[in-house]
Design a protein around this ligand. Structure first.
Ligand SMILES: [Zn+2]
Length: 216
C-alpha cells in the first residue's frame, strides 16, 4: 500500500470542477492485465421460475448458485430477486468495501434507475480501490455528479472506470496512480444519501454496468 497525499482537489469556491485529463498517463499507471472480466451473470427471477430452471438455463449446478448467493433453502427465491450466476472465469478485482448490499444495480427507485450498488458501512470505513487505476477525478459536486457528494473516479484499462461516491473524505487525489487495495477514501453520506454507504459504480466506455458481474 502506498501513502497518498491527503490534500484533496475539492473546489473551495463552490464552483464545480469537471473531471479533466490527469497528468499521469494511464499506460504508465495500469500495466497489469485486464482485471475486469465478466466473471458472472446476474439473473432476475421471473414468475414461476425456480433455482432449478436457472441452473439449467446457465448450465451451472444449483449448489454453486446457492453458495454464491448465500441461499440456504433453494425453494425460497422471489420474483425480481437478483441471482448471481457464477461462471468459469474468475475476476481479480476486489470489493471496495466489505458488507451487504442495500440496493442493487438497476432497481428503480425514487431517483430513477440505480446505476451502481450500495454498500452500507459506518462513517469513516476505508474505501479501497477495486483494481489498479489512475485517479481521474477526486472532489465534491463534480459536473454531472452533484448528487454523488464527494467522489473518486478511477480509470482502468479498456475503457473501464470505477466510481466511489458519497464519501466522507477523499484520500486519493487526481493524477495519483493507485494499486488494488489502496485506501482512496472514507465512507460517508455526502451528497444525496440517506445514510452512510458506498455507492459503487463500474462504467464501461461511459455506460454503467452491473458491478456484480465483475466483482469476485
Ligand atoms: Zn447508490
Amino acid at each position: 500500500m502506498i501513502l497518498l497525499a491527503l490534500g484533496s482537489n475539492e473546489a473551495c469556491t463552490g464552483r464545480p470542477k469537471p473531471p479533466v485529463p490527469a497528468p499521469t498517463s494511464l499506460r504508465e499507471c495500469v500495466k497489469g492485465n485486464h482485471q475486469f472480466v465478466e466473471a458472472k451473470k446476474v439473473h432476475l427471477v421471473k414468475k414461476h421460475e425456480t433455482l432449478f430452471h436457472i441452473s439449467n438455463m446457465y448450465g451451472v449446478p444449483i449448489e454453486k448458485i446457492a453458495i454464491e448467493n448465500g441461499i440456504k433453502d433453494p425453494s425460497k427465491i422471489s420474483v425480481g430477486q437478483a441471482i448471481v450466476v457464477p461462471g468459469n472465469v474468475s475476476s481479480n478485482i476486489i470489493w471496495p468495501v466489505r458488507g451487504r448490499i442495500s440496493s442493487y444495480y438497476g432497481r428503480r427507485g425514487r431517483h430513477g434507475i440505480h446505476t451502481g450498488i450500495d454498500i452500507p458501512a459506518p462513517k469513516g470505513t476505508a474505501i479501497v480501490a477495486a483494481a489498479d487505476g489512475l485517479v481521474i477525478a477526486s472532489g465534491k459536486g463534480l459536473d454531472g455528479f452533484s448528487k454523488y457528494g464527494r467522489i473518486v473516479i478511477l480509470e482502468h484499462a479498456n475503457g473501464i472506470r470505477t466510481i466511489y461516491a458519497h464519501n466522507k473524505k477523499n484520500i486519493a487525489s487526481r493524477g495519483s496512480c493507485i494499486r488494488t487495495g489502496d485506501v482512496i477514501g472514507e465512507v460517508g453520506d455526502s451528497g444525496n444519501a440517506t445514510g452512510p454507504h458506498l455507492h459503487f459504480e463500474i462504467r464501461k466506455y461511459g455506460n454503467p454496468v452491473d458491478p456484480l458481474i465483475y466483482l469476485p
